[in-house]
Ligand binder design. Structure first.
Ligand code: DGJ
Length: 715
């Protein structure tokens, strides 16, 4: 039973295959966290009480520091999970347990304020075979008057306080250098990573991991407490250390309280997004694999969740806005010769879109570029055996567009300020039902009138004037949340009507990658930096939290390092996720075309292992300050019958210290046949155990060499 209430100890026990989480229902009706870690054999093994801490008149001591849900009352030094104001100005909460229900893998604990009409539900769900637990909070106003919500986090958890100091790992960066791994010791006080720009953000990603300073986790060993927030609007994750007579570290997250406010009217409910958390006793490898499995099996929209993603071609980097029917036809013909399965027309096909100065908002075909509409091109693409996809950026508007001229009020703005443009565009207020309706109609028409199999949905600016007009709650700072309720609802509505369209989330590359948006979109554009060497740390960071199937990577002509990249190198760097081609194929010689076609075929051969298998990083995780000699990853098929190793040299000179690559996850006593780029005198057959302990040396000779090795179970 994954969830139990142990009457005798008054303990809620939530267990996954390898982990456990326990909450004490204290005699005075409060919930106290007592355990988060490895699963233990017997219920009596779990601590029924938190560590006892003396009380002091100078702040939060004793059990309150272990509160399952810190709220302002007498727990003022901790990051509160909830801050609010009742109509009479009372700003604290005195919550008492009312009841709970356990239904399969779900636990709901109902609490209510001892005086005011406010009920709170703590929702937990366990995913036993993913070793994942989710937490969320619902607030229900059962009174007569509105309650002002100032903060409602999804969860906040205490880490074990007897294991020493913690190290915080998170993903940070910027446009073109997303998902760089940052690591730092947890210190007294509070560390906040957040998004404040109305999208997940390039600067930080809502993922966290904490391991121990004294025994740092590797890929295969050490304890890690980790999690992510499933939300694409403003968010925050807080890691804090409070000292009583021992250090106590907590981690929590949810919708960002910065500039947030919500009027919870009588009878209404406010629901938070989910905080996804997990524990690994075996290092960072399981952190990623558990999160990946959880997303693949429980988050991805079901229509394509089990399907392999097609190889796509996109001409954005090759021709930018210069898309015309004639030119796209030609490049589509070349893409088909490579074995591409989905041909995508990117930005530039609509309105007066000749550059990024105009057109956003007018989702009708530009007749100068496509004199007979999109149909002739789509037919051509389909006749070549490819599906057709198209780019849109529905949440945006250029002032130079028919949409803006008709509805200037639909963009976020302040009435007496000049709107600040970025990439000459403004953001539409998706919280407005009329905006949602306009976009639904425009996109529905596009999808109804054309045989479109894929949408690349972009979002290309941070917000400036975060003010909205035209909805009753415009001034209440609610639009941060309403925008995403509107967006998620809009995409779901489009998907319901057009179930066979694959949706990709893009935001100037990887600006909107999170587990919230992944419940509505099928894959991500990872980064606008497509240099194959620069991509490696980006892909490493992305893969720490998000699955390979969703990580799109194109082979383009970008070369930020003036490096002698071979086509082999460019392709193998892109083999680590979903494959795309974005190079200008008119510049490819016949020989390069033949070689590229070979690599596309190779990718298709290994695609089921990469996209549906499990990821093993074969070189140690590196933070953004490091750059090791090589980068290598392995993918093992679910049934362990096949595996792939991709290894890339990263130095622009001969690789002097070849690294044996040790692959976990195989059947120890099964013999695997190895083929591909194996170093001389290396065996062609090895057992799973030997591959794990002795490893295999790839053939990486010369600068920026790249190796692809496949493993196949014998017999
Ligand atoms: C940003 C995306 O990341 C690019 O791939 C491309 O679609 C451009 N926007 C188009 O404006």
């Amino acid at each position: 039973m994954p969830i139990q209430f142990l009457e005798e100890q008054s303990l809620f026990l939530l267990e996954t295959d390898n982990t456990a989480y326990a909450i004490l229902l204290a005699p005075h009706g409060q919930l106290i966290h007592t355990y988060w870690g490895e699963k233990l054999p017997f219920p009596d093994d779990y601590p029924g009480q938190p560590h006892n801490v003396a009380h002091s008149s100078f702040g939060t001591w004793g059990n309150d520091l272990a509160a399952e849900l810190p709220v302002p009352y007498n727990i003022l030094e901790l990051e509160p999970s909830i801050r609010l104001s009742f109509a009479d100005g009372t700003r604290d909460l005195r919550l008492k347990y009312v009841k709970h229900s356990i239904e399969g893998e779900n636990l709901t604990i109902d609490l209510k304020d001892e005086f005011y009409g406010l009920e709170l539900q703590l929702g937990y769900r366990v995913f036993p075979d993913c070793d994942i637990l989710t937490r969320r909070v619902s607030l229900i106003n059962t009174g007569q008057e509105s309650i002002r919500l100032d903060e409602v986090l999804s969860g906040n958890v205490l880490l074990p306080d007897d294991k020493g100091d913690y190290r915080f790992s998170h993903l940070s960066g910027a446009h073109m250098i997303e998902f760089q791994l940052d690591r730092e010791p947890v210190q007294p006080g509070r560390k906040v990573i957040e998004g404040r720009h109305n999208y997940t953000g390039h600067n930080h990603n809502p993922f966290f991991a904490l391991d121990l300073v004294e025994s740092p986790a590797t890929e295969t060993s050490g304890e890690v407490w980790y999690g992510a927030l499933a939300w694409s609007g403003n968010w925050k994750i807080v890691v804090e250390q409070v000292r009583s007579h021992r250090k106590r570290t907590r981690v929590g997250g949810g919708i960002n309280d910065w500039d947030f406010e919500w009027e919870l009217k009588a009878g209404e409910t406010f629901e938070t997004p989910e905080l996804v958390i997990g524990y690994s006793a075996a290092g960072f490898g399981p952190v990623s694999r558990n999160l990946h499995r959880y997303q693949l099996e429980h988050i991805l929209p079901s229509r394509f969740a089990q399907d392999l993603r097609p190889v796509l071609y996109n001409s954005w980097e090759a021709v930018l806005f210069d898309v015309t029917e004639a030119a796209q036809r030609e490049i589509a013909t070349k893409a088909a010769q490579l074995g591409v399965e989905l041909f995508v027309v990117d930005d530039g096909w609509f309105g007066e879109r000749h550059s990024d100065n105009a057109g956003l908002g007018d989702w009708t075909v530009n007749r100068q570029k496509f004199p007979d509409g999109l149909e002739p091109l789509i037919r051509h693409v389909n006749d070549l055996g490819m599906k057709f996809g198209i780019w849109v950026e529905p949440e945006m508007v250029n002032p130079d567009s028919d949409l803006y001229r008709a509805h200037p009020d639909w963009a976020y703005h302040y009435p007496n300020r000049q709107p600040t443009l970025a990439r000459t565009q403004l953001i539409l207020n998706l919280g407005r039902p009329d905006v949602q309706e306009y976009l639904f109609e425009a996109l529905d028409r596009l999808l109804t009138d054309h045989n479109i199999a894929y949408i690349k949905w972009d979002y290309n600016r941070a917000i400036a004037e975060a003010g909205g007009t035209g909805i009753p709650t415009a001034n209440r700072r609610e639009h941060w949340v309403r925008h995403y309720q509107g967006l998620y609802g809009l995409v779901d509505r489009l998907r319901a009507k057009h179930p066979d369209v694959l949706f990709e989330s893009c935001s100037g590359g990887g600006g909107r990658v999170d587990m919230g948006i992944l419940a509505h979109y099928d894959q991500f554009w990872t980064s606008d930096n497509t240099d194959p060497l620069d991509r490696l740390p980006i892909q490493q960071g992305f893969g720490l939290a998000y699955p390979a199937k969703t990580m799109f990577s194109w082979v383009t002509d970008m070369n930020n390092n003036a490096a002698p990249y071979s086509l082999r190198y460019r392709f193998l760097s892109s083999f680590m996720g979903g494959l795309g081609v974005g190079a200008n194929l008119h510049h490819f010689s016949e020989e390069q075309m033949r070689e590229a076609a070979h690599w596309v075929a190779e990718y298709k051969r290994i695609r089921p292992i990469v996209q549906a298998g499990e990821l093993y990083r074969l070189t140690p995780l590196e933070d953004h300050t490091e750059k090791k000699d090589s980068y290598a990853v392995g993918y093992v098929a679910k049934d362990k019958s096949q595996a792939v190793i991709i290894a890339l040299d990263r130095k622009s000179h001969f690789w002097r210290n070849p690294r044996r690559l040790r692959l976990e996850g195989l059947e120890p006593e099964t013999v695997y046949r190895l083929s591909g780029d194996i170093a001389e005198r290396e065996p062609a057959r090895l057992s799973g155990q030997a591959l794990r302990t002795r490893g295999i040396l790839p053939r990486l000779e010369g600068e920026l060499a790249a190796a692809l090795i496949t493993l196949e179970k014998e017999g």
